[in-house]
Design a protein around this ligand. Structure first.
Ligand code: DX5
Length: 219
């Protein structure tokens, strides 16, 4: 069964603690904090303070999705803030092995992300080292965008490579995930789903949004 990871990007920040608890109580597998620097992506969101706030709100694992140009410079802030998994973008480091190795030394997991315009070839040499590959199905920078189904062949290609090499690396999909698109992502080979607006924007509240998403993948 795929893991479901709510992204707090679309949460109500005036009551962030409650919003985190709502999805944790509804069965979220971990929480994602979307970090944006206004340089790698055309938006500025939150930094390590956001991870600290989530850390104080739940015992669930936290993943920090660093949509930033210089993850190596800032990674220790996110480690101190309590992140358990740090995902950085393959587009900003030609050889991510050193940063992956550092994260493992620090006792946390390492994820590599590819934006829609980036091919699987960019991360193929590192799928044995990373714990997770994140395939973005929207252009990074904003929540609430339309799902880009044209990215799904990359998920299938990754799944085929991992199967061929007997690797347990997770494949995460993030962007435009709701009950309908989640089933497509899982069918393509994803085993971790990130969702923000379909959970926190749900008319009946975040817990209902998460339950609907879980039902959409037969959970
Ligand atoms: C984009 C963000 C979003 C977020 C989820 O940079 O990474 O994908 O996690 O947003 P939704 O689920 O609203 O598309």
């Amino acid at each position: 069964m795929a893991l479901i990871v709510p992204s707090i990007l679309s949460a109500d920040f005036t009551r962030l603690g409650e919003q985190v608890k709502a999805v944790a109580d509804a069965g979220a597998d971990r929480i994602q904090v979307d970090v944006m620097d206004g340089h790698f992506v055309p938006n500025i969101s939150i930094g390590a303070l956001g991870v600290e706030a989530v850390r104080r709100s739940t015992t669930l694992p936290i993943e920090a999705h660093l949509m930033i140009t210089d993850p190596t410079r800032y990674v220790d802030d996110f480690l101190r803030a309590g992140a358990n998994l740090i995902i950085f973008h393959s587009e900003v480091l030609d050889d991510p092995r050193a940063l992956i190795g550092y994260l493992h030394q620090q006792g946390v997991k390492a994820g590599l992300a590819i934006s829609p315009e980036t091919d699987v070839a960019r991360v193929e040499p590192f799928i044995d080292a990373a714990d997770l590959i994140l395939v973005m199905t929207v252009h990074p920078g904003f929540g609430g965008q339309e799902f880009m189904a044209e990215c799904l062949p990359k998920v299938s290609r990754l799944r085929a490579l991992l199967t061929e090499r007997h690797l347990q690396t997770d494949i995460e999909v993030d962007g435009g995930i709701h009950a309908g698109t989640a089933a497509q992502a899982v069918a393509a080979g994803a085993n971790v789903l990130v969702a923000g607006s379909s959970i926190y924007g749900h008319a009946q509240g975040a817990a209902a949004g998460l339950r609907e998403l879980r039902a959409g993948i037969g959970g």
